[in-house]
Design a protein around this ligand. Structure first.
Ligand code: GLN
Length: 483
């Protein structure tokens, strides 16, 4: 058996049983990366030297019988909008093509302290804006399930690195679905914890009130293990509060499908009227039947304000984006043009014009417009109120239900050259955005691959800070699919 096919928890067991060393595992993964990544393009930067050095240290610690963390020796990929000290962090943008992080993000620090082995930094849509990795300056990441299709986004490099066995666990970020949607496309598990569970310190901001780091892996157990490590209040991120719920230890040797008994799932009725790809629709129907067969209750539920979801998201997110992107001024950070300029104003214009891609520019322009004095009241402030309304209605749902249920994405992974209008692209985030809007934990779980070899994700979104209940149901669903 190839070591890179093992789940992270199997690697952890193997290391403890001395079936193989951490150095062997690491070597195995880099060989795999060299073999397959020229076709997939998941990695932007590799950290082979550092990873190998750390692997030897971990082997030493095992030899000395030190009590090590569950992620000790596990090969990990990190999305390239998260700082790893002395390693390039591009955010998928020409703007930061040569930027090297001077410090570790808090979550990276935790991974290192727990002896996780970071193999490298993986591709994303530029500054995490998109759903296909097609907006990355470093080119699209192809879907390992079908190389003519996209891996999804924005954490496409993360999901593809897992689906092609180029890492055992990956860290992504999720502002409107970026951990879950690529998981749906690539057949991986993608988990975004409750907003505030994981520190955003050292994570490049897209939209601060929506962003949350999350985990992608090949099963729920691995996702839980990593979430447990990176969770925690951090004084460097005032919006982080930590989440003791993620510290809960599950017993994986029980009949996990029992976890579904009596769990109440609500499907927003407007979602039932949506146009879905026929494969998505049939897998979703199957999922509903599986849940019911295992004792869960599944019912439709009407939430009127969801009809404003996409517009509200885009106004608020673009507002936050425009202010976050302002820091890339080519002075403190970012690409500086080689062209002549007559004054600083022109230097900004040319440098930012060259450094940012179209999607980022579009969002900066919309965001600046809706935040401007004349329009803020009509757009930004109104959207804030609608966000409040959506939160209120969703809180009402969670008084009678435990989990909101829907497909993760309305479609299968798209062909790389497919053309979609911007409206269609933005609309396709409909199922993932609610969790970010209200700060809830949410997970995408893959259905077994169909005849076409492609994946459909089923999404569970839970109550804020009830991550344990969500993950318990996710484990139940995953186990029931294996039966
Ligand atoms: N696809 C969404 C967007 O483009 C979400 C991105 C994300 O979660 N980072 O806004």
């Amino acid at each position: 058996m190839n070591l890179f096919e093992l789940k992270a928890w199997e690697i952890a067991n193997g290391l403890r049983n001395k079936d193989f060393s951490c150095e062997e595992i690491t070597k195995n993964y880099f060989e795999k990366i060299k073999e397959v990544d020229k076709d997939i393009n998941a990695y932007i930067s590799l950290m082979e030297e550092e990873a190998t050095k750390r692997a030897k240290e971990v082997d030493e610690k095992f030899k000395n019988r030190e009590e090590l963390s569950e992620i000790a020796g596990i090969p990990i990929s990190v999305k390239d909008n998260i700082s790893v000290k002395n390693v390039r962090m591009t955010c998928g943008s020409r703007m930061l093509e040569n930027y090297v992080s001077p410090y570790d993000a808090t979550l990276v620090k935790k991974i290192k302290e727990n002896d996780g082995i970071i193999l490298g930094k993986v591709n994303l849509d530029e500054f995490a804006m998109g759903q296909s990795t097609r907006t990355s300056y470093f080119g699209v990441t192809k879907n390992p399930l079908d190389l003519t299709r996209v891996s999804g986004g924005s954490s496409g490099g993360s999901a593809a690195s897992i689906a092609s066995n180029q890492a055992a666990i990956s860290i992504g970020t999720d502002t409107g679905g970026s951990v879950r949607q690529p998981s749906s496309f690539c057949g991986t598990v993608g988990f975004k914890p409750t907003y505030g569970s994981v520190s955003r310190y050292g994570v490049a901001s897209m939209a601060n009130t929506f962003d949350q780091p999350g985990v992608i892996a090949s099963d729920v157990r691995d996702v839980i293990t990593m979430a447990n490590i990176i969770e925690g209040r951090d004084k460097r991120d005032a919006t982080s509060v930590g989440n003791p719920d993620l510290k809960y230890e599950f017993n994986y040797d029980t009949d996990l499908e029992e976890n579904l008994k009596g769990v109440k799932f609500a499907i927003p009725s407007s979602f039932l009227e949506m146009d879905l790809d026929k494969e998505v629709k049939s897998e979703f129907d199957k999922a509903i039947n599986i849940l019911k067969a295992n004792g869960a209750i599944v019912e439709p539920y009407k939430i009127d304000s969801l009809k404003y979801l996409i517009e509200t998201y885009n106004i608020l997110v673009n507002g936050e984006i425009s202010s976050n992107m302002a820091r890339f001024d080519s002075v403190r950070y970012g690409h500086r043009t080689d062209k002549e300029f007559k004054d600083i104003e022109e230097m900004y214009k040319i440098s930012r014009g060259e450094g940012f891609g179209d999607e980022v520019k579009r969002r900066i322009m919309i965001g600046t417009h809706i935040l401007s004095l004349d329009f803020a009241k009509d757009y930004y402030e109104k959207a804030q109120k609608v966000r409040g309304l959506i939160i209120k209605e969703m809180d009402e749902l969670y008084k009678s239900f435990d989990i909101m249920l829907c497909p993760t994405a309305p479609c299968l992974s798209l062909k790389i050259d497919s053309e979609m209008s911007l409206t269609e692209i933005y609309q396709s985030d409909l199922f993932t955005i609610p969790a970010n809007m209200i700060g809830s934990p949410s997970i995408s779980l893959p259905m077994p691959l169909g005849e076409n070899g492609l994946s459909v994700g089923i999404e569970f979104t839970g109550k804020r800070f009830k991550d344990k209940d969500l993950l318990s149901a996710a484990l139940g669903f995953e186990r029931s699919l294996q039966k």
